[in-house]
Design a protein around this ligand. Sequence first.
Ligand SMILES: O=C(O)CCC(=O)C(=O)O
Ligand SMILES: [Fe+2]
Length: 647
Amino acid sequence: DGIEDSKAADDAPLWRRVVDAVPKRLSTLTLTEQRDRMALWQRGIHALPENVDVGTYARHARLLPILRHRGGADCSEQGCDVGKVDYGALTRKLGPDFAEALRENEREHLKDCAKSCEKFYCGAAPSKPWQTRSISMGSVPPEDFAQEFAFPLDLIKVTQEPIVSKEEAARAIALAREENVDINEYTSGKYKLGGDWLAKMDKTRNWFNTQLEENIFPAIAASFPEVVTNVSTLRAHSVAMLKYNATHPRTDVHIDNGVLALTLALSPQTDYEGGGTFFEHLGEDALVEMDAGHATWRPGSVRHGGHRVSSGQRYIIGAFLLLEDRVEHVRRLKNRGAKLRQKGDLNGAIRHFEWALAINGKCATCLKDLSELRSSLADMEPQQRNEHLKEAEAFIRRSLDLLPSDSDALFNLGLVLSKKGDSKGALEAYEASAAVNADDVELLYNLAMKYEEANRKEEGIQAYRKALKAQPSFGKARCNLGAALAESGDLDGALVEFLEAVRYDPSSPTPWQNLAVLYHKQGVSTVQGLAQCASKEAAVEISRTASHALGEADNAWRKVMDLVDDQRTKQETVTRLAQVLQLRGRAVAIEDPAAALPHFLEATQLLPTEPSAWEALAKVYHIVGDEVNSKKAGARLGVLRSLAPQR
Ligand SMILES: O=C(O)CCC(=O)C(=O)O
Ligand SMILES: [Fe+2]
């Protein structure tokens, strides 16, 4: 193209010197080379061995994880031959129940597809490519049609240009708000979001259907020619508009319930802080940038989530997709297994998960489900506990072998190891899970308890604090934090936590119990100080402090009494309250003995058969000069003593 040899460049024109100043490599990389470099970079390979061709090395690097996991499958630079699923052979091996389960899948599939067309666009638009970039989904193929999706698995598509204009995106939000999207709540695992189903919002759905027809379905069909035979086979189901804000900040890390899934960003990025789509295998903080109108589509089985929004509002539409001419046997078997499990049919559930795994040996969620079930069975069948736990651990380790960064699998490994009594292993698994998914509150709670068990108190306290930062209303974490602080001698810190705990959860007895114990303790140690008092003034000062703490303890024990049901706890609470009343009486008596009487009196009412309560009452009557009542109390004491078994 007329560029000369650089030897003659000294008196070269300015443009020429600029061309020479730019490093050749940047300007000469082809699109394929850039993609190869990107693929290497995504796999964390930032430096190449000397004298290698980037393309060859990139393909090799892409295959490394596959080669690792396929254990002798026929992999070459062209990819891996996963082999077609031979349903005939599987049916001969697994029997007629399996065949019937497959037929049930087909019936379900037909029904779902038909239902989708009642609400969402179904039609034969021509496919139309859209400029997207591709992100690797890692080394594990999609759970269904693993053999159709070609290697390497660069199957997460992100638009380079908005697929919906930002004006249209804003219009969708406005329509949905007219249709009350803001007043509904939507559950994602252990989190809540705002949002609602498009099936219920006619105007918003019409808008979405136009987008499906004109751009989205044609683009998705063009992205996945290996599975989408034709635009007319695409079906949308479970379509929702979701709304994130500071109180409804994030989703669980999860997989979507469809062979393909779509996330369409509607809010401009300037509307919110934090937030965004992430894919777990890339790291929770590696957000996929998507401004209003941008979208990602990908296999549904990729683990992903919506990142925590710290302020503002973020609206998206999420849609799960089916293919009319392909039945997802793995996904459907897993879903039915989950239903059977909910109904308590654990063995039926196990059979379904095993069938799904027989169809796709790399089904990570099948392995996780099987592990969870074995772990439940370990609790239900104590005779086979060890055997079940051994299997549970084996399954979860196989799943982690496929997806080492699966925070749920790491969490489950922690649970299994904890059940096996391996606290150290459990702690390590929880730590690994926290390294991936740092603000999962249940995880942090379990991690904190393991730190405490390991006598790593300070780390335990930190983990409780993190859990509470993510979810301030998490009562059990708050109580444990208070207890840990109290144990470490920080009674003021403990008090703060217990007060918060009863504020968040005033109708649960446990936080009141903690609060009562703490005030009770404070009262006891203050009252002990009275013995050393030289002057009346000092004693009055101390007695007031003690009375205050004991008054709070009194109040808290009464709350506990109202809130607990079982008789034993009630009786224990009554005893504790009577102790507090007597202590309160002792403290109050320093200033005003007569004012102390009602406390001692109530103690005898609470514990009418307890001699020591009557003994104290008799003494106090005597001190205030009421000999009549002192005698009566004394008489009662005498009767109780005579009834008591002689020791
Ligand atoms: O908010 C996001 O980016 C993710 C939402 C999501 O999980 C989905 O659309 O399925
Ligand atoms: Fe999702």
